[in-house]
Design a protein around this ligand. Structure first.
Ligand SMILES: N[C@H](CCC[C@H](N)C(=O)O)C(=O)O
Length: 330
């Protein structure tokens, strides 16, 4: 595939006067149906404004996606240069934006799509070693892994970095440090705040019927109000199995209302938060390996001994699209 770098345009926000017909080559991809518009800006020339993000993410008048990802050079953003300062081999920065135009620190499904894109371009050879890339939550490392039997798409594992329970040992012991009221679910439920580089609030529901009854067309009400907003995961723990190699594996079903988006079919950082919360509720004997079922598929979460958490799952590049930016605002 030829790099769209040559077709790059310097743009101004849609709605402003556009200099003639400017075009932008973008790629549509997804990870367990959490979908993104990926913009190749390896030359660091694009002004990705919130208005342009919303226009690209618009599922009717634009390309459509839960988020927009700019493939940026590592030194093109202050955070990028800082994040990669200790990773000179890293050249790229994932400039992630939610569909509403807001900026988020990290996107677990998006990192896999980012890696698949660089692999397709030949800008990363998984056989030569892992990919290190910058994000607003710090450097993330990605490697190709074997997909589960029968999976059609390529699978990638991402070291999602350190995680934390901001409520500290009290929250861990109590299993909660928040309360969430979800439309369709009669009473507010206790919830646990989990930091995976971005904020998450996880609450357990009784069963699949209750999970299906939750109305996520509106943002759940979280108390105390998170200062920077939060992604909300509704989970149903499904118990534990023993894998053929003897590893204890937990299983969780999840729906998610994403900050800056709404309900999505999957959330990579959210799947990590869900597994970490269910693991905290299950106590010290709980598994370190979890399968998280989301409406868009399944991902695997592994709690690592170094205090990091790892996310593995598929990444699919669906289409290359030549966008007429002037038409985008029509
Ligand atoms: N909406 C999230 C960012 C995207 C996270 C999700 N798409 C993922 O795969 O981690 C936030 O504002 O923190």
């Amino acid at each position: 595939m030829t790099s769209p770098a040559t077709s790059r345009a310097t743009t101004t926000a849609p709605g402003a006067e556009l200099p003639g017909t400017t075009r932008l080559a973008v790629t549509k991809g997804h990870g367990t149906q959490n979908d993104f518009v990926l913009v190749d800006d390896r030359a660091g020339a694009l002004d990705l404004t919130p208005a342009l993000v919303r226009a690209l993410a618009d599922r009717r008048a634009g390309i459509g996606g839960d988020g927009v990802i700019r493939v940026a050079p590592g030194n093109s953003l202050p955070e990028g240069a800082a994040a990669l300062a200790d990773e000179p081999a890293a050249r790229w920065f994932m400039d992630y934006r939610n569909g509403d135009g807001s900026v988020a620190e990290m996107c677990g499904n998006g990192v896999r799509v980012f890696a698949a894109y660089l692999e397709r371009l030949g800008a990363w050879d998984p056989a030569a070693g892992e990919l290190a890339l910058g994000t607003r939550a710090g450097v993330r490392r990605v490697r190709r892994v074997d997909a589960p039997d029968g999976a059609a798409a390529a699978w990638y594992a991402v070291d999602m970095g350190p995680w934390a329970l901001p409520g500290g040992p009290e929250a861990a012991a109590a299993g909660q440090d928040a309360e969430v009221l979800v439309a369709g679910i009669e009473i507010a439920r206790p919830a646990l705040t989990v930091d995976v580089g971005n904020p998450h609030t996880v609450l357990a529901l009784a069963d699949d019927a209750e999970l299906a009854r939750a109305d996520l067309t509106r943002a759940p009400a979280v108390t105390p109000v998170p200062p920077f907003g939060t992604n909300v995961e509704l989970v149903v723990p499904l118990g534990e199995d023993t894998a053929p190699d003897g590893t204890l594996v937990g299983r969780v079903r999840m729906r998610v209302h994403e900050r800056g988006v709404g309900e999505t079919r999957s959330c990579g950082t959210g799947a990590c938060a869900a597994a970490l919360a269910v693991r905290a509720w299950a106590g010290p004997q709980a598994p370190d390996v979890w399968v998280v079922d989301v409406p868009g598929g399944s991902v695997q979460v592994r709690v690592l001994p170094d205090g990091h958490v790892e996310l593995a799952g598929p990444a699919v590049l669906v289409a290359e699209v030549d966008v007429d930016l002037a038409a985008l605002v029509a």
